[in-house]
Design a protein around this ligand. Structure first.
Ligand SMILES: *[C@@H]1O[C@H](CO)[C@@H](O)[C@H](O)[C@H]1NC(C)=O
Ligand SMILES: *[C@@H]1O[C@H](CO)[C@@H](O)[C@H](O)[C@H]1NC(C)=O
Length: 455
């Protein structure tokens, strides 16, 4: 009382004096606390939410047309797609989920057998096979390829941007599928997988000619083996665009598209928005620059190597390399023309799409919800968490949820009545697509089935 009454000092000076009495260490603690709150939010961590729910994870949300045979006959039997997806507790951030696999090689050993495939324009594609027998009895290694009358189903894997058969997530997928009875073939993009470019064109997000040739080749070579395909990231864009271009007229029986970018224009704007996203943009841009420079001597149509040496993001690469080689006037034209979202309506075979809503590379803003609902050949599964091609689960982050989900789905599809192509062709022709606004659709979320009839 005395002190307050008698003082003539300014209250601000008093506050400052009081502040100086607090030990430095308390300031340091306070700063660290604020920093961790900031980082927790910046890295979009969800550890506390997971802790509160006992790390049980969140349910998968399924979006499909109410007369979707793929759902009735196949997806309804997939336990994983009707369960929860939980994350590795110490990887509760889409960024940790995405980055972890790049740096920690906890992947199964895959002893691929390589086959070089020549495209009509003189290009070379490395097909890396991991057969069911290679995984079942590793002692049989070195035995010759697959007999032409083999009935074992084949799954073709189309990797993402700058990825190939040696990428961690591709190995996870190949190993898991080979183990559960498939012959897996990774179709490396041109110039990846350690092979030289042998014609002056590179792969891009919309170039479907290579996968068309590969699928035809596999179908001719192994006419008895049902063919399936899985595309990841840019590979998913290529696959969905290809399926849209082919409609029912493809030897493929079914497919899965994982973490597709869907709309490259929106994706481009998104990846430039925040500092966190620009790190991915930069990392991928530098990878692409190295890819172009590695093959410099075989790309005479590229003249501006000065600009190419300054590439620091995906858009730069698309401008100085893709647009030049593939004759697109501008980068945005390229993005508009090749985005697979617009092809979803024309997909004529069973297609499962998996996307994580917190994917920091391929944003949820691009997901074509309406198109997936309108096409009865498509089921879209979205997860709350998982990052880009992450979905690492378990205490030791040993397995990827999407890999298990793809395996379960393809096995269910392989043994379903939809496996017969005639039937798929018939049902598709019988009831052509309704427009989006006419189509009834179904949402399955949190285990509840909600039916919406749209007028
Ligand atoms: C695929 O289906 C065939 C026929 O039903 C079956 O023999 C085969 O084991 C299945 N393969 C896989 C990997 O599910
Ligand atoms: C389609 O269905 C009809 C009977 O509805 C059947 O005779 C035919 O074999 C099926 N397949 C094709 C490719 O038409």
């Amino acid at each position: 009382m005395d002190c307050i009454g008698s003082t003539s000092e300014s209250p601000y000076i008093l506050l400052l004096k009081a502040a100086l009495l607090i030990p430095i260490s308390h300031y340091v603690l306070g700063f660290l606390f604020l920093l961790s709150v900031f980082l927790y939010n910046y890295l979009e961590m969800y550890f506390i939410q997971e802790l509160l729910t006992g790390f049980k994870g969140q349910y998968v949300s399924l979006t499909f047309n109410s007369c979707c045979d793929l759902y009735q006959e196949v997806v309804s039997k997939c336990k994983l797609l009707h369960g929860r997806v939980s994350s590795t507790p110490w990887l509760c951030s889409p960024h940790f989920q995405t980055i972890f696999l790049q740096f920690f090689e906890r992947v199964p050993a895959c002893n691929y057998q390589r086959q070089l495939f020549k495209t009509p324009d003189g290009g070379t594609i490395a097909l890396d096979w991991l057969r069911n027998v290679d995984v079942k009895k590793p002692s049989s290694e070195g035995s010759d390829g697959i007999p032409s009358d083999d009935k074992t189903p084949i799954v073709v894997v189309i990797p993402g941007l700058t990825s190939d058969s040696s990428s961690a997530y591709v190995k996870h997928l190949a190993f898991k599928m080979a183990k559960s009875g498939w012959n897996v073939v990774v179709s490396n993009h041109r110039g990846l997988g350690g092979v030289a470019i042998t014609s002056d064109s590179l792969y891009n997000a919309g170039y479907t000619e290579d996968i068309r040739k590969i699928i035809d080749h596999l179908h001719t070579q192994y006419p008895q083996a049902p063919l399936f395909a899985v595309g990841t990231s840019i590979g998913a864009n290529v696959l969905v665009k290809f399926l849209g271009e082919e409609g029912v007229d493809t030897p493929l029986v079914g497919a899965a598209a994982i973490c597709s970018p869907w709309d490259l224009l929106i994706g481009d704007r998104f990846i430039k928005r925040r500092a966190a996203q620009r790190i991915y943009d930069r990392a991928l841009g530098i990878g692409l620059k190295a890819y172009a420079q590695l093959h410099q001597s075989i790309l005479p149509r590229l003249k501006d190597w000065e600009s190419i040496s300054k590439i620091s993001c995906i858009r730069d690469y698309d401008k100085h390399v893709v647009c030049v080689l593939a004759n697109y006037e501008t980068v945005d034209t390229y993005y508009r023309k090749v985005s697979c979202g617009g092809y979803v309506a024309k997909v004529g075979i069973p297609l499962l799409c998996i996307s994580a809503l917190d994917d920091p590379v391929c944003t949820r803003e691009t997901i074509p919800w309406d198109e997936c609902r309108a096409n009865k050949n498509v089921v879209l599964a979205t997860t709350q968490h998982g990052g880009h091609l992450g979905h690492l689960e378990g205490m030791t982050a040993k397995s990827l949820w999407w890999v298990r989900a793809v395996d379960e789905y393809l096995c269910a599809l392989n043994s379903s009545s939809l496996n017969r192509r005639e039937k798929i062709q018939n049902t598709t022709v019988d009831s052509p697509l309704k427009s989006i606004d006419e189509a009834p659709y179904v949402n399955v979320m949190n285990g509840l089935v909600k039916r919406h009839q749209v007028k």
